[in-house]
Design a binder for this molecule. Structure first.
Ligand SMILES: Nc1ncnc2c1ncn2[C@@H]1O[C@H](COP(=O)(O)OP(=O)(O)OP(=O)(O)O)[C@@H](O)[C@H]1O
Ligand SMILES: [Mg+2]
Length: 397
C-alpha cells in the first residue's frame, strides 16, 4: 500500500455546494432548502464582520458560529439582527462547536424531536457552508455508504481507478476539509459503525483495490457530526472504541415553556412563509397547546407502566407537528383563524399511534385533566375538550 497524499485534482471532483451551484430558479422550486441556502445572506454577512480566529478551513470563527445558531445579542453591536435558530442551553451549543474544532467527533444524543438533526445541520452550514454531506444510518447501511463504492459500468469498461470510484459523502467531506454528518448512528450494525473508527482516528480512508493513490487523507477542517436517538439505545449499542472517538452532547427535551413557545412560533412562521398563506394562531390557543403537553409529560412521568404512557416522546417536534397539522387543516378546510376544536383533533390524531393502548391513555387524560381545565377556565378549553372527545369517538369506531 502506498501512503501518499492525493492532491485534489487526481481525486474525483466532489460535488460543489448547493449554495453555490444552484440557480435562483432552482432555489425557488425546492421543497426544503438546506440551512446554508436558506440563511446564505446571514452567513455571508457574518463572514464579513467576523474578526475572530477561524480554525482550519472554517468559514466562520467559533464565536460567529455560535451567533448564527443562537442569534445575536445587542452587546455584539452588529448592524443587523441574527435570529435565533436553535433554542436551548448555550453551553450545549458551545460544547458542540468546541468539539468540532478538536480531534474528536461530535455525537448529539437525545430523545426523538429534540433538535439534534437541526443543530447538526446548522453547525455544518455555518462551519463548512454545506450541510449536505450526510450519511443516513439505517439497519441496511453498508460500509460502502460510509467509505466509497464503484461505478460498475466504468469498472467494466476501464477497470478500477479513481475515475470509477464513487466517494461517500463522508469521503467527500474529508477531501475538502468539511463537516460530514452521520444521522442515526446507532441504527447501523456494529461492523458499519466500526468503519467509522479509522475515519475518526486515523483520518483517512484506504482504497486497497487500487495499487497507487490508494489513500484518501482528510484535509484540516474535516470532522463528523453524528446524531443518535437515545430511545434506540440497545438497538445497536456503540462500541467502546467508537465511543472514545466522540464527545457526547446530550440534548434535553425542552420543558421551559417560554423557550418552547419561541421554538413553536419560529417554526410556525416558517411554515406559513413556505406555504405563502395567512392563518391566525391566537396566543391563548398556543398556551392551551403548551399546557396540554406539559400536563401530558407530567402524566407520562407519573405512569407506572408503558401501557399507561403514550408511545410518543412528547417532544417539541411533536408539538410543532400538532400545530402544523392544525394550521394546514384550517387553511384547506376554510378557516382563517385556528380554532380550539381543530387543534384538539390534530393533537389526538398526531399522538394516538398504538391502538387501543394510546387511545385509552389519552381518553383517561382527557377526562381527568382537560376536563378540569375546561371547568375552571371555560372558553377555548371547552371547545378543546369537545374537539378531542369527538376525535377519540371517531377513532374508537
Ligand atoms: N431546540 C430546538 N430549537 C429549534 N428547533 C427545534 C428544537 N427542537 C426541535 N426543533 C424543531 O423540531 C423539528 C424536529 O427536530 P429534529 O429533526 O432536529 O429532531 P431530532 O432530535 O433529530 O429527532 P429524531 O431523533 O427523531 O431524528 C425540527 O424541525 C426543529 O426545527
Ligand atoms: Mg434526527
Amino acid at each position: 500500500m502506498h501512503y501518499i497524499y492525493l492532491p485534489e485534482k487526481v481525486m474525483p471532483k466532489p460535488k460543489s455546494s448547493p449554495a453555490t451551484s444552484t440557480t435562483k430558479q432552482a432555489t425557488t422550486i425546492m421543497l426544503r432548502q438546506p440551512a446554508e441556502m436558506k440563511y446564505q445572506e446571514e452567513l455571508a454577512y457574518l463572514a464579513t464582520v467576523d474578526q475572530g480566529a477561524r480554525p482550519f478551513s472554517w468559514r466562520l470563527s467559533p464565536q460567529m458560529v455560535r451567533t448564527f445558531v443562537l442569534g445575536s445579542t445587542p452587546g455584539q453591536k452588529l448592524d443587523r439582527q441574527i435570529e435565533q435558530k436553535w433554542y436551548g442551553d448555550s453551553a450545549i451549543a458551545e460544547r458542540a462547536i468546541v468539539t468540532l474544532a478538536s480531534d474528536r467527533g461530535l455525537l448529539l444524543i437525545g430523545d426523538p424531536g429534540t433538535g439534534k438533526s437541526w443543530l447538526a445541520e446548522l453547525l455544518a452550514a455555518a462551519i463548512s457552508g454545506n450541510s449536505t454531506y450526510v450519511v443516513q444510518g439505517t439497519a441496511g447501511t453498508t460500509e460502502d455508504q460510509i467509505k466509497y463504492s464503484w461505478n460498475v459500468a466504468m469498472v467494466i469498461a476501464t477497470g478500477q481507478s479513481l475515475d470509477s470510484l464513487i466517494p461517500s459523502p463522508l469521503m467527500t467531506a474529508m477531501q475538502i476539509g468539511a463537516m460530514g454528518r452521520f444521522e442515526e448512528l446507532t441504527r447501523c450494525t456494529s461492523d458499519v459503525q466500526d468503519a467509522l473508527i479509522s475515519i475518526l482516528s486515523e483520518k483517512y480512508i484506504a482504497i486497497p483495490e487500487l495499487k497507487v493513490d490508494n489513500i484518501v487523507f482528510a484535509h484540516p477542517g474535516f470532522n463528523v457530526i453524528a446524531t443518535a436517538n437515545s430511545r434506540d439505545r440497545g438497538v445497536n449499542e456503540l462500541s467502546s472504541a467508537l465511543k472514545r472517538r466522540f464527545n457526547f452532547v446530550h440534548m434535553p427535551i425542552v420543558t421551559n415553556k417560554k423557550q418552547e413557545k419561541e421554538i413553536i412560533l419560529f417554526r410556525t412562521k416558517e411554515l406559513l412563509n413556505r406555504h405563502g398563506f395567512e392563518v391566525e394562531v391566537p396566543p391563548t390557543l398556543l398556551d392551551v397547546l403548551l399546557q396540554t403537553f406539559a400536563d401530558l409529560r407530567e402524566a407520562s412521568a407519573a405512569a407506572s407502566s408503558e401501557d399507561q404512557r403514550l408511545e410518543s416522546a412528547l417532544s417539541t417536534a411533536e408539538q410543532i407537528g400538532v400545530l402544523e397539522d392544525a394550521i394546514l387543516h384550517s387553511r384547506y378546510f376554510g378557516e382563517t383563524t385556528l380554532e380550539a376544536g381543530t387543534l384538539a383533533r390534530s393533537l389526538v390524531g398526531t399522538l394516538v399511534r398504538r391502538l387501543p393502548e394510546d387511545i385509552s391513555v389519552m381518553n383517561q387524560f382527557w377526562h381527568a385533566v382537560v376536563e378540569q381545565h375546561a371547568q375552571k377556565q371555560k372558553g377555548e378549553w371547552e371547545t378543546f375538550l369537545e374537539g378531542g372527545k369527538a376525535a377519540m369517538g371517531v377513532m374508537k369506531k
